[in-house]
Design a protein around this ligand. Structure first.
Ligand SMILES: *[C@@H]1O[C@H](CO)[C@@H](O)[C@H](O)[C@H]1NC(C)=O
Ligand SMILES: *[C@@H]1O[C@H](CO)[C@@H](O)[C@H](O)[C@H]1NC(C)=O
Ligand SMILES: *[C@@H]1O[C@H](CO)[C@@H](O)[C@H](O)[C@H]1NC(C)=O
Length: 202
């Protein structure tokens, strides 16, 4: 380890007023729900264009579809979910969760999520299938995820994650695992908010 180099790197980071990670990547977790108007607005007007411009070198993205869903169990002990915007939203959340989990690039995943959220009915099955097809994704994998019970597990796991951040508003965005940028900045000025933390020269 060259401690002199580390010393100068820290000095540069501090003088830039930016809390640079070692590799200048900001971890961004997005807690959202498929039919929430604020989620739709954030994904389509802020997150997607910013990620397209800055790329994965600047933004390490994690999507957590769940929002203010709640989980219960039915008479057979199977998981059930109740979503703020009704059963169709639960379906959308499950499909998004399956997509997030299946081996897929972050670019492809976000393209799919963007396509879905751009629609007036983001959780409509036809919309979801069309968006999956548009990014070259095999819908059969999503069907398997849904029918095997995997989707329920994934949604349940997203519920645990969402409970940990105790999100009062959806979407909630978390930077580097522990920092909550101001909601107003996230919803209207996301790129600038990110670029205050990482070096956005590209
Ligand atoms: C860069 O940092 C991010 C966030 O800490 C991390 O997820 C990623 O794996 C790192 N990449 C490299 C190449 O070290
Ligand atoms: C409950 O779960 C079991 C095992 O996954 C499944 O076979 C069964 O169809 C489920 N019941 C209902 C009502 O969904
Ligand atoms: C989903 O969208 C398709 C095509 O726009 C429409 O025909 C269908 O009725 C919609 N399904 C539901 C459940 O709204």
């Amino acid at each position: 380890m060259n401690s002199l180099y580390i010393f100068f790197a820290v000095v540069i980071a501090v003088t830039n007023g930016k809390s640079l990670g070692a590799n200048n990547t900001l971890t961004v977790q997005v807690y959202y729900e498929t039919l929430g108007q604020d989620s739709k607005h954030f994904i389509t007007t802020q997150l997607y264009p910013t990620f397209v411009q800055l790329g994965r070198e600047r933004i390490a993205l994690e999507l957590i579809p769940y929002g203010h869903t709640s989980e219960g169990t039915d008479g057979n002990g199977n998981k059930t979910f109740t979503c703020p915007h009704g059963p169709e939203e639960c379906y959308g959340n499950k499909v998004h969760a399956c997509f997030t989990n299946l081996a897929f690039t972050k670019e492809g995943l976000l393209q799919f999520v963007y396509c879905s959220e751009l629609s007036n009915t983001p959780a409509n099955n036809t919309v979801l299938q069309t968006c999956a097809h548009g990014v070259g994704f095999d819908w059969k994998l999503v069907e398997d995820c849904l029918s095997s019970g995997k989707a329920d597990e994934l949604l349940s796991e997203n519920g645990r994650k969402t409970a940990l951040v105790n999100a009062p508003h959806i979407p909630t965005v978390v930077f580097n695992g522990n920092s909550y940028p101001e909601r107003e900045s996230v919803l209207n000025n996301f790129k600038q908010t990110v670029c205050e933390l990482v070096d956005c020269i590209y």
